[in-house]
Design a binder for this molecule. Structure first.
Ligand SMILES: *[C@@H]1O[C@H](CO)[C@@H](O)[C@H](O)[C@H]1NC(C)=O
Ligand SMILES: *[C@@H]1O[C@H](CO)[C@@H](O)[C@H](O)[C@H]1NC(C)=O
Length: 318
């Protein structure tokens, strides 16, 4: 919140203008009072001027898309024995819709309003020191209060190393079609990107394996409406590239992995056959045959002894 300081020349002008009227104005209806504007002005006073620095004492008011109105003020830099009376009036044109007062130096006031056509919020700060008081006036028009609704993300995708995001223009209370400013957060370490007017973003897809969590928010550009506040962030659109990667991986495994496994099995079976051919297993007869064979061997050993007998030579004599 930045406001123009109240200049001494302005003050003296108001001193002359309001000196006679101050007693009358004090109790009149703020909404009917046309001295309020979006500059902080001296409304009325008595005795010596009680100064207030609008640079360090702030009083922002915001109207959310839900028609919730929230005004906050803080008067930190006043002398300790200074008293502050804050009167807040919600007006629809000259009609007072709501009014309340507070004696807190730091406070906030929150209420729901209807969607009044000529809504404005008038603030009166009456600052009293000893027997002197000075009342300052400020008004927020409907449009300077407005916090826009977040833009709606229409698409978010990554393709061919380009990240693309598109979103819908927000709707302002006065139907403004220009003057929007956007901030795009890609959910990475980089600070959000500031974009003027445009409703899309195209940028390098820095890391094709990461998941982007994209969100966008908006406000009026400063040249159009001073002190515009950022909207809430939009819903998050997730650009999940890892899912695509996984699918590729699955396809690759199916198309390559399974034939590979089959090939391995075939090779294994083949190898076993080949090794059978190359290194045939040595047959090993059962034990009883071995015993039998051993017996035969013994017999063969004995036999020469038998055959050692003189061989009969049969000579046929005619
Ligand atoms: C400011 O407060 C004083 C009391 O401290 C009161 O007499 C005076 O009427 C108030 N002025 C306005 C404009 O409310
Ligand atoms: C109003 O604003 C104040 C300060 O920003 C905050 O503490 C408070 O929660 C807000 N109230 C609502 C209802 O939003």
């Amino acid at each position: 919140m930045k406001l123009l300081p109240v200049h001494p020349i302005l003050w003296s002008t108001f001193v002359i203008l309001w000196a006679s009227k101050s007693e009358v104005e004090a109790n009149s209806d703020i909404c009917e009072d046309d001295s309020f504007s979006d500059d902080l002005v001296i409304h009325s006073f008595q005795g010596e001027m009680v100064e207030m620095d609008p640079e360090s004492n702030t009083f922002p008011c915001l109207l959310y898309p839900t028609n919730e109105l929230n005004c906050t003020w803080s008067f930190h830099t006043l002398q300790n024995d200074t008293q502050v009376f804050v009167t807040i009036s919600v007006c629809d044109g000259q009609r007072t819709v709501f009014t309340d007062s507070s004696e807190e130096r730091v406070s906030s006031h929150s209420l729901r309003t209807d969607d009044y056509e000529n809504l404005s919020v008038n603030l009166l700060f009456n600052i009293t020191l000893h027997n002197n008081w000075t009342a300052y006036a400020y008004t927020y028009s409907k449009y300077s209060l407005e916090v826009l609704s977040p833009p709606q993300i229409l698409s978010a995708s990554a393709k061919d190393d380009i990240l693309s995001v598109t979103w819908r223009e927000p709707q302002s209370r006065d139907g403004a079609k220009a003057c929007f400013q956007y901030q795009l957060d890609l959910g990475d370490q980089d600070r959000p990107k500031d974009l003027m007017e445009q409703l899309s973003y195209k940028g390098p897809n820095a890391d094709p394996s990461r998941t982007y969590r994209v969100r966008v928010r908006t406000k009026f550009q400063d040249i159009c409406r001073a002190n515009s506040h950022w909207s809430e962030w939009s819903h998050i659109a997730t650009v999940e590239q890892s899912v695509y990667k996984l699918n590729t991986l699955v396809i690759v495994s199916i198309s390559l992995g399974i034939p590979m496994i089959l090939l391995a099995v075939v090779l294994l079976v083949r190898y076993q056959r080949v090794s059978k051919v190359l290194f045939p297993p040595i047959p090993r007869p059962p034990q009883k045959y071995i015993n039998f064979l051993q017996k035969i061997e013994t017999f063969n050993v004995i036999r020469p002894a038998v055959s050692a007998e003189p061989e009969e030579e049969i000579t046929v004599v005619e």
